[in-house]
Design a protein around this ligand. Structure first.
Ligand SMILES: Nc1nc2c(c(=O)[nH]1)N[C@H]1C(S)=C(S)[C@@H](COP(=O)(O)OP(=O)(O)OC[C@H]3O[C@@H](n4cnc5c(=O)[nH]c(N)nc54)[C@H](O)[C@@H]3O)O[C@H]1N2
Ligand SMILES: Nc1nc2c(c(=O)[nH]1)N[C@H]1C(S)=C(S)[C@@H](COP(=O)(O)OP(=O)(O)OC[C@H]3O[C@@H](n4cnc5c(=O)[nH]c(N)nc54)[C@H](O)[C@@H]3O)O[C@H]1N2
Ligand SMILES: [Mo]
Length: 778
């Protein structure tokens, strides 16, 4: 079709030469220095350092280059020669810097000195570490502990995370929101409830013994490219890969392995997905309902011939609640399923038939399932589908959430949680002779509510870019300035650092790519990958500045200045030798972390175990739970004329709020991020033309006016009724109240919006000024 040809698209495979050029276009040809190559060669290998990008597994027998395009970008980003020094801050007030683009802020390079905010000059001034710790301690001691929030982004190590959570509990709160609250919290809550374990059950070997993968809403090519290697191997083995995604993501279509000279020279590509279904955003509950409906129908037919499709032994012995679920599925008309999913009965049955015939199926998913108002139901439905055929707790089967940040899963494992029931409080009480708080703390959404209402007085950020990552940006930025204390531990300058509380500190830390030398010598840290394997990480690069401190040292410095003396809590000794921190972790979590130091460098990591994989179900009923979804759409709002479901997307040139560049190569969008993606039919129906400038307005029916303007209409292959645009630019459009009901994960994959036409057209190839935004309360 002619329209199809006009849509933005990319002809090459994922991987291939494009991925090499992708690195060079950001870092220039100079990126390939011997020092950089040496560092990259040590990435994700036993005895090396673990990538700071995603949490994809690190195999026991790594490739020569066990890094991908985006892992290399993340490493090189940290290794930059640019420095953001006291001189830089002397030259720019925060009011001025707030006018800068996020990209330009991070382009200033690595932070070099601890800085204190000075309100009179509206500038950050250099300060001593001790001065900073003492001031932070003084402030925290003067506050009610429950009015403080300790946020973490999922990058900090297990050692840092353990100390940070301990600091919060000794001080007196469980307010430990984490980036995971915006990400896979849906997974943690849903899987815990239905299979009794909050993480995935799949391990690396399952990928080579499955015969089928059902893939929902995870963009492998950009967000976990090393996963493309096992996917390629699986596809070549004949594994059926059935993908559901509103966007035709290149990495899930075809891949050329950039580490294979033959493939690079011959241009040979591997087809990844055997079926690709462009589901409506929020339509996965319906899709999964349709698949299960077909499974029941196939089972009825098989029974007549004395066979079964359902794994009846497994269902009998290991599950609870099939009856109610089956009744719901059988009663659900196909017309409803088609309407909600945007797919035909025939298409869904085609996918389902592959499932019926498969012996070993894995269900894989990402933000496409979790970031919805009914994300819980999405995840629980995928589990329902797997349970029907006994596809959990058997080799080559299982459920596999693909986690985001490199240690986001691990941070939760060692105590970063607002939910006291997930933390061994009795153990901590005995270990440190303390009384840890037992009341529930705030998650990310609740912390935002607390900041808006004034209940929260202090915010400590262990990494991340909270104000850019959360919903309701405009109201949050206004409320933020009312905080008494803000502390940001960071490697690079970002927007969240530019809105200081009355007392504010910006503390620069070592990156995981840099050597960490303490009193006892060089230190290792550790992280947990998406398959629950724990890896030690040692870096050799010289730090970006002699004034940097490690994250464990910074957390310990703040804690020591805040808390009364306790002879069991040995901040100084722990920081001098991280093996002592790991001993404490092993004592608090003996099942998972026994002999932690001895096992630290196990090739491929050591597996911390998963009860559901052993078919031990730590649920209410003691069995795996079938659940009956109470809605057929995950979107959480009704369709209405002119209302669209907006998907907020990541480009291939970003890591969350860090924008490396303006090329979303795998989607064929170049030179700008201020685009509004829409299918050509919808574009025509809405009376829009390609290249026209438009605004988006929130259509949440809560009376608040939220808008983002200056977006260029760009035809793109998408289902009807939905739009695509980039995260974090679109975050001003998201109401804080629009989140998964159960886990409170913001529902960023179906945001209700309307299009408003602006004057004028964008000229092709222009990189315009960044899109602006406004929020006005009703
Ligand atoms: N290079 C790079 N790597 C990263 C990150 C990064 O920003 N850059 N971020 C890291 C982090 S923190 C995370 S959490 C992960 C995120 O990795 P992903 O889980 O891949 O998250 P997203 O990129 O947000 O996109 C999810 C996919 O879901 C699809 N989708 C949207 N709505 C729906 C829906 O309703 N149903 C279905 N079936 N699909 C849908 C989108 O089209 C997209 O392909 O990646 C991590 N790795
Ligand atoms: N609309 C929309 N919003 C979303 C999402 C979405 O898909 N759509 N995704 C959500 C998801 S999945 C996530 S995980 C969050 C991400 O939210 P965050 O984790 O808060 O954000 P990041 O962009 O990963 O944080 C980047 C900053 O971390 C700091 N940093 C980098 N490395 C280090 C380090 O080693 N140590 C320390 N201390 N600091 C470091 C740098 O200063 C950098 O500027 O955003 C969420 N928000
Ligand atoms: Mo994430």
């Amino acid at each position: 079709m002619a329209e199809e040809d006009r849509t933005a698209h990319y002809d090459g495979p994922s991987g291939g030469w494009g991925s090499v050029r992708g690195i060079s276009s950001i870092f220039g040809k100079e990126w390939a220095t011997p020092l950089a190559i040496e560092t990259l060669m040590r990435q994700n290998k036993p005895g090396g350092f673990m990538c700071v990008s995603c949490s994809w597994a690190k195999p026991a027998s790594p490739h020569t280059f066990e890094f991908c395009e985006n892992g290399a970008k993340a490493t090189l980003w940290d290794l930059t020669s640019r420095r953001c020094t006291p001189e830089f801050f002397a030259g720019h007030s925060l009011a001025e810097l707030r006018e800068w683009k996020d990209y330009d802020l991070e382009q200033q390079g690595r932070l070099t000195h601890p800085m204190r905010y000075d309100a009179t000059t509206d500038r950050y001034l250099p300060c001593g570490w001790d001065e900073a710790f003492q001031a932070i301690g003084r402030e925290l001691r003067a506050l009610e502990p429950k009015s403080a929030v300790f946020y973490s982004s999922g990058r900090a190590s297990l050692e840092t995370a353990y100390l940070y959570a301990l600091f919060a509990r000794l001080y007196g709160h469980n307010n430990l929101p984490d980036s995971s609250n915006m990400c896979h919290e849906t997974t943690s809550v849903a899987l815990k409830q239905v299979i009794g374990a909050s993480v995935g059950t799949v391990v690396f070997d399952d990928l080579s013994s499955c015969d089928c993968m059902f893939f929902f809403g995870q963009n492998t090519g950009s967000n976990s490219p090393r996963f493309l290697h096992p996917l390629q191997e699986a596809a070549r083995r004949g594994v059926q890969i059935i993908t559901f995604n509103p966007v035709r993501e290149k990495g899930l279509e075809v891949f050329t392995n950039p580490q294979s000279p033959t493939e690079m020279l011959t241009g040979r590509e591997t087809r990844i997905s055997s079926q690709y279904h462009q589901v409506r955003p929020g339509g996965d509950i319906a899709v999964l309902m349709g698949i299960c409906k077909h499974v029941f129908a196939a089972d009825d037919a098989a029974r007549k011939q004395g066979r079964r499709v359902l794994d009846t032994d497994f269902i009998q012995q290991h599950t609870h609640g099939l009856k109610a679920f089956e009744a719901q599925v059988r009663a659900m008309p196909w017309s409803r399923i088609e309407e909600e999913s945007g797919l035909t009965q025939q298409a869904i049955e085609g996918a389902a038939q592959v499932y019926v015939e498969s012996e070993r199926t894995i269900g894989i998913y990402g933000m496409g399932l979790t970031q919805h108002a009914h994300g819980f139901e999405n995840v629980a439905m995928l589990v329902n589908m797997l349970l029907l055929k006994g596809n959990i707790g058997r080799d080559g089967t299982g459920i596999s959430p693909v986690r985001g940040h490199s240690n986001v899963q691990g941070q939760r494992t060692v105590g970063i949680s607002e939910k006291p029931e997930l933390v061994p409080l009795e153990k901590l009480a005995a270990q440190f002779n303390v009384k840890p708080p037992r009341d529930k703390g705030m998650n990310t959404v609740e912390a935002c509510e607390g900041i808006i209402s004034g209940k929260v007085r202090a915010f400590i950020g262990l990494g991340g870019n909270f104000l850019r990552a959360i919903p309701e940006r405009d109201r949050m930025e206004k409320a933020w300035a009312g905080l008494r204390l803000t502390v940001q531990v960071a490697t690079k300058l970002n927007r969240s650092h530019l809105i200081p509380g009355e007392v504010a500190y910006l503390l620069p830390c070592l990156s995981r790519t840099e050597e960490d030398i303490q009193a006892s010598g060089p230190q290792a840290v550790s992280m947990e990958d998406t398959f629950s394997c724990i890896h030690g990480s040692v870096a050799r690069r010289k730090p970006a500045s002699e004034h940097l401190r490690s994250e464990p040292a910074i957390v310990a410095g703040m804690a020591k200045a805040t808390l009364p003396l306790n002879n069991r809590v040995k901040w100084d000794e722990w920081v001098a030798d991280y093996t002592r921190i790991r001993d404490q972790i092993a004592e608090s979590y003996p099942e998972e972390f026994h002999d932690f130091n001895a096992r630290l460098f196990t090739p491929g990591g050591f597996y911390r175990g998963n009860s559901a994989r052993e078919r031990i179900w730590k649920t209410k009923s003691g069995k795996a739970e079938f659940t009956t979804p109470k809605t057929m759409s995950a979107a959480g709002f009704a369709d209405a004329p002119g209302r669209f479901r907006l998907i907020t997307m990541r480009s291939n040139d970003q890591f969350n709020t860090t924008i490396y560049g303006y090329s979303d190569r795998l989607r064929g969008i170049e030179g700008t991020r201020d685009v509004l993606l829409i299918n050509p039919e919808e574009m025509r129906r809405a009376g829009l033309r390609e290249g026209q400038l438009v605004s988006l307005a929130s259509d949440a029916e809560d009376g608040v006016e939220r808008s983002v303007h200056g977006l260029v209409v760009t035809p793109f292959s998408l289902p009807d009724g939905c739009l695509g645009a980039y995260y974090p630019e679109m975050n001003p459009l998201m109401p804080l109240s629009h989140h998964d009901e159960q886990s409170k994960t913001p529902a960023t994959k179906s945001v209700p919006v309307r299009i408003r036409v602006e004057e004028g057209m964008a000229r092709a190839g222009d990189r315009k000024e960044p899109a602006g935004h406004t929020t006005r309360p009703a």
